[in-house]
Design a protein around this ligand. Structure first.
Ligand code: ITT
Length: 196
């Protein structure tokens, strides 16, 4: 039987991605699966801090070993923004269209060579009373308009360096997972869990 682990997220896209990557070795439970419908606070000022408080919240209130991730898109020309504000950059939480509109507006006129950015994911695992963190990054450019309809969040304006010119939103989930920030952080998590 597969081992169970809770992924402390409310984001169905992320859960799907994680199950694709980890599904062979773990049964990944969602917050809904453990009857957690709380609005878990994400009040820290860093990606690392937010990953940690989500995992600690689930452990403390529900008793499960779990992991959580926090991801930010860090754009060099915007001084690292949206960063920890990625989910609500446009003013409304989880409204990707507004978030993208704001980025494109702020970057209007900036030439491609200065449109460098990366996604960064930090995963915090709490297991057997110990905390571990894992990080993954992918470098790329912010395009001047949307391309593609797959993925979620900022995928349609992010073109990773390691691709053939496609944005994340133009890739299959497998192609994205192979090079993505979350794919890499999860690979480090899985390697750790399998080594145990
Ligand atoms: P949880 O906190 O419930 O896990 P979330 O949507 O807030 O879900 P994150 O804090 O990890 O997710 O990410 C913040 C935002 O960054 C997210 O809402 C998206 O807009 C964006 N984002 C995260 N991962 C992304 C990805 O793989 N591709 C594109 N955008 C992404």
């Amino acid at each position: 039987m597969l081992k169970k682990i809770v992924f402390a997220t409310n984001n169905a896209h992320k859960l799907d991605e994680l199950r694709q990557i980890m599904g062979h070795s773990y049964q990944v439970l969602s917050l809904a699966d453990i009857n957690c419908h709380d609005d878990i606070p994400e009040t820290e000022s860093t990606i690392e801090g937010n990953a940690r408080i989500k995992a600690e919240y689930v452990k403390q209130h529900y008793g499960y070993d779990c992991f959580s991730d926090d991801t930010g898109l860090e754009i060099d020309a915007l001084g690292g923004e949206p960063g920890v504000m990625s989910a609500r950059y446009g003013g409304v939480a989880h409204d990707s269209e507004r978030n993208i509109d704001k980025v494109l507006r702020l970057m209007d006129g900036i030439p491609m060579e200065r449109r460098t950015a990366h996604f960064r994911t930090v995963i915090c695992l709490i297991q057997d009373g110990q905390e571990h963190t894992f990080e993954g990054r992918v470098e790329g450019h912010i395009l001047t308009e949307r391309h593609g309809t797959g993925g979620f969040g900022y995928d349609s304006i992010f073109r990773p360096l390691e691709a053939d010119g496609s944005t994340f939103a133009q890739m299959t989930p497998e192609q994205k997972n192979a090079i993505s920030h979350r794919g890499r952080a999860v690979a480090a998590l899985v390697a750790y869990l399998q080594d145990k």
